[in-house]
Ligand binder design. Structure first.
Ligand code: SAH
Ligand code: SF4
Ligand code: F3S
Length: 442
C-alpha cells in the first residue's frame, strides 16, 4: 500500500552546491513541519528527489531513482524538486505516475501545502517563480557543520548557448544584504566556522548595505569578515565578466577570505567561446587571473571545461589544453558537452561525435590531473592551517580542508570544527596527508 501520511522523510540532492543548499533548507522545513529525517538505511515515508538538469545524465538519474522507489512494498510519497522539476513540470508525473509532488527551486517553501494536497490524493505541481523570494518563508538556519553554504544570489542572465540554468533558475536575483548577514550570523552561532557564499553568478551579487550604499560581493565579504566566530569565507561560482576590482582587492585585504578562485573558462578557443556566448575571450580571462595573482600570489585557481561543443575542432581543443598549461589549475571540473532541450546549441549543426568527445575528455582530464597533483605536491613540507570537518575512515583520523580547499587527512584528538596547524607530509592527486603541529606559546 502506498504511504499517504508520511512521518519520516529523506531528501536526496543530485546537483550543484546551490542544489545541496536547497536540500538542506527543505530538510529544515520538513523538520519544522514535524516530520523526522529517516535514519541511514531506513526507507522513508516521503522521498524528496532534489534534481539537476545540467546534463542529460544528471536529468535521467531521477527516472531510474523513481523506478527503484516505486517498486518498494510500501511505496513512499515522492516529491521531485530541483531543476528537472522546473524544466519538465507536470510532464514528470505523466512519465512517472508514482510521483505525487513536483516543486521547482523557487517554490519549495510551499512544500508543506503540497504535501497536504498529496495526502488528499491530488497530484500537486508548483513551478512558479514568485516575485517574493522563498527565503522569507523558510525556517531559521540550525545547521551545525563547520562548513556551511549560504545562497546569496540566484539565477542567471548570461544565456550561454549550452546551458539550462537561465531557464531552470530564472533571472539573476540578489538576496538583500541584511538577510545574508543575519543568516551568516545564525550559521556562525550554530557552529559554522566557514561559510561558502553561493550563486550561479555569485560575483554578480549587488545590494545596499545598512547605510544605503551600493555594494558588490567584495563589500559583502568585508562585512562578513567582521563576524566573530567565523574563520573562513569562500564564494562560488564566479563569471569572468563580473570579476570586479573590489572583489579582486578583497583577496589581498580580507584575512578570512580564502585564497581560492573558481573561475570557469569552458574552452580555450575564442571561436568556441563566441559560439558559447561566453562574452569573454581567452585573453580577457587570462588577464583577470593575472590581476588576481598579482594581489594574492598563492591563490589556487579552479575551472570548468566543456569538450565537444558543436563545431569544436582538434585545433580548438588543443587551445583548451594550452589554456590549462597557461593557468596551471589547482583543481577543475570537465564535462562532455550534453545537448539540452530548448538551448540554442542543441540545434547547432556540427555536433561532435561521441568517440571524439570521449577521447578529448580523457586527454583533458589527464592534463588536469597532472596539474592538480603538481599543485598538491608543492604543499609537501609546508605548514598550513586545516579546518577539521569530519571523521576519516581510520580510527583517530580526521579530514579537514586547507585554505586552498585541499582535503587533508591527519590523526588528531582535536575536535571537529577546530582549526589546527598541520605539516603536510605527502600528497596525492585528490588529497594530502599531514601531522598536527604543537602551537608554540607566544
Ligand atoms: N554558473 C556557473 C556554473 C554553471 S553549471 C558558470 O557559469 O560557470 C556548472 C558547469 O556545468 C558549467 O560551468 C559547465 O562547465 C557545465 N555545463 C553546463 N551546461 C552544460 C552542458 N550542456 N553540457 C556539458 N556541460 C555543461
Ligand atoms: Fe549557465 Fe553560462 Fe549562466 Fe553559468 S553563466 S549558469 S554556464 S548560462
Ligand atoms: Fe543542476 Fe540546477 Fe545546479 S541544473 S547545476 S541543480 S542550478
Amino acid at each position: 500500500m502506498k504511504i499517504r501520511n508520511p512521518r519520516t522523510f529523506q531528501v536526496k540532492s543530485f546537483g550543484c552546491q546551490m542544489n545541496v543548499y536547497d536540500g538542506e533548507r527543505m530538510t529544515e522545513l520538513l523538520e519544522a513541519e514535524g516530520l523526522a529525517a529517516a535514519a541511514d538505511g531506513e526507507e522513508a515515508d516521503l522521498v524528496v528527489l532534489n534534481t539537476c538538469h545540467i546534463r542529460e545524465k544528471a536529468a535521467e538519474k531521477v527516472y531510474s531513482e523513481i523506478g527503484r522507489i516505486v517498486g518498494r512494498d510500501a511505496p513512499p510519497m515522492i516529491a521531485v524538486a530541483g531543476c528537472v522539476a522546473q524544466a519538465e513540470g507536470a510532464e514528470i508525473s505523466r512519465r512517472a505516475p508514482g510521483v505525487d509532488i513536483v516543486v521547482g527551486p523557487q517554490a519549495y517553501h510551499n512544500l508543506p501545502a503540497l504535501i497536504r494536497r498529496a495526502k488528499a490524493g491530488e497530484r500537486a505541481v508548483d513551478t512558479d517563480m514568485p516575485a517574493a523570494s522563498k527565503f522569507g518563508a523558510l525556517p531559521a538556519r540550525r545547521r551545525l557543520a563547520p562548513s556551511a553554504f549560504l545562497t546569496v544570489q540566484e539565477g542567471c542572465d548570461k544565456f550561454c548557448t549550452y546551458c539550462v540554468v537561465p531557464y531552470t533558475r530564472g533571472a539573476e536575483v540578489s538576496r538583500p544584504w541584511a538577510a545574508i548577514v543575519d543568516e551568516a550570523k545564525a550559521l556562525a552561532d550554530a557552529g559554522a566556522r566557514e561559510i561558502t557564499l553561493l550563486g550561479q553568478n555569485v560575483n554578480a551579487w549587488s545590494g545596499e548595505d545598512e547605510n544605503g550604499r551600493t555594494q558588490g560581493l567584495g563589500g559583502l565579504i568585508r562585512a562578513l569578515d567582521a563576524l566573530p566566530g567565523l574563520a573562513r569565507i569562500r564564494y562560488t561560482t564566479s563569471h569572468p565578466n563580473d570579476m570586479a576590482e573590489d572583489l579582486i582587492r578583497a583577496h589581498a585585504e580580507v584575512p578570512k577570505l580564502m585564497p581560492y578562485l573558481h573561475l570557469p573558462v569552458q574552452s580555450g578557443s575564442d571561436r568556441i567561446l563566441k559560439a558559447m556566448n561566453r562574452s569573454h575571450t581567452t585573453d580577457s580571462y587570462l588577464r583577470i587571473i593575472e590581476r588576481v595573482r598579482a594581489v594574492r600570489t598563492d591563490i589556487a585557481v579552479s575551472g570548468d571545461f566543456i569538450v565537444g561543443f558543436p563545431g569544436e575542432t582538434e585545433a580548438d581543443f588543443e587551445a583548451t589544453l594550452r589554456i590549462v598549461e597557461a593557468v596551471n589549475y589547482a583543481q577543475a571540473f570537465s564535462f562532455k558537452y550534453s545537448p539540452r532541450p530548448g538551448t540554442p546549441a542543441a540545434d547547432m549543426a556540427e555536433q561532435v561525435g561521441a568517440e571524439i568527445m570521449d577521447e578529448r575528455l580523457q586527454r583533458l582530464q589527464a592534463l588536469l590531473r597532472e596539474k592538480q597533483l603538481a599543485f598538491n605536491q608543492a604543499s609537501v613540507g609546508r605548514r598550513t592551517e586545516v579546518l577539521l570537518e569530519r571523521a576519516g575512515r581510520k580510527p583517530g583520523q580526521l579530514v579537514g580542508k586547507s585554505p586552498w580547499l585541499q582535503s587533508v587527512h591527519l590523526e588528531t584528538s582535536t575536535a571537529i570544527g577546530e582549526i589546527v596547524d598541520v605539516e603536510i607530509l605527502s600528497a596525492g592527486p585528490n588529497s594530502l596527508a599531514g601531522a598536527p603541529l604543537m602551537r608554540t606559546a607566544a
